[in-house]
Design a protein around this ligand. Structure first.
Ligand code: FPP
Length: 235
């Protein structure tokens, strides 16, 4: 068996709304099914040997949605984080969040902080949840962080390297190897722009609630067929 398993996988969990609408259900039911699917899927993804899983839970742009849907999603995050926290801890999963804190409601920040703190010394797989996240904002925030280091004379401009840049992103993670966007849309929509420089992209047609373990196996097979050259010659 080919054991070329990606170290870092990203998932843009798209299509919850369409999944529900096509079944004559409220969009909120699609998000609920998405959460249910994510629990099974993340367990399986770590079982397959992936070390870091980043998921796009809520973009900065998602705040433009109807207030009813934004409020529902915020409550769903709080509810599912509290509900699944012991499951994540029992499985040694280290939880991280990427994104800006403003204007997330306090109840969301509280549970995020608790999960981060209580799993901070775990050395198992990493579950990075991008919440109120924007890739361009992350780059802006990284530039601000490094500028402060320079103006406080903690670093010389000549010493700014790719490693320094990576350390000043929201999280210091390995590069993305594989990015999956469900629902057939072929866009990256501001997801982990710096980290995905050499990622392979995969765009399955199914909506996120239907992106099950078998679908993930197909994504891995596809990844294993790709010839990753990182800018070098074709082998
Ligand atoms: C996309 O569907 C999904 C989202 C906006 C994010 C919500 C994701 C979940 C609820 C999954 C669970 C996440 C966590 C971290 C608990 P969409 O509404 O854009 O679908 P559409 O494109 O069909 O309208």
């Amino acid at each position: 068996m080919n054991e070329n398993i990606p170290v870092h996988v990203g998932i843009i969990m798209d299509g919850n709304g369409r999944w529900a609408t096509e079944r004559g259900l409220e969009r909120s039911m699609g998000h609920k099914s998405g959460v249910k699917n994510l629990k099974t899927l993340c367990t399986y993804i770590f079982e397959r040997g992936v070390k870091v899983l980043s998921v796009y839970a809520f973009s900065t742009e998602n705040f433009k949605r109807e207030k009813k849907e934004v409020d529902f999603l915020m409550s769903l995050f709080v509810e599912s984080f509290y509900k699944e926290f012991s499951f994540l801890k029992d499985n040694g999963i280290k939880v991280m969040f990427s994104g800006r804190r403003e204007p997330l409601p306090r109840k969301v920040l509280e549970v995020m902080d608790r999960m981060t703190l209580e799993t901070s010394d775990f050395d198992g797989p990493i579950f990075n949840i991008c919440l109120n996240y924007g890739g361009q904002d992350e780059i802006v925030d990284m530039v601000k962080n490094i500028s402060k280091l320079v103006s406080n004379q903690n670093i010389e401009i000549e010493d700014i390297t790719k490693e320094v840049v990576n350390k000043n992103l929201y999280q210091d993670l390995p590069p993305l190897d594989l990015v999956i966007r469900t629902s057939g849309e072929q866009r990256i929509s501001n997801f982990m722009l710096y980290q995905s420089s050499y990622a392979e992209y995969y765009f399955p047609k199914v909506y996120f609630p239907d992106f099950n373990n078998d679908e993930f196996d197909i994504a891995i097979e596809e990844f294993q067929k790709r010839n990753r050259r990182f800018g070098g010659n074709k082998k």
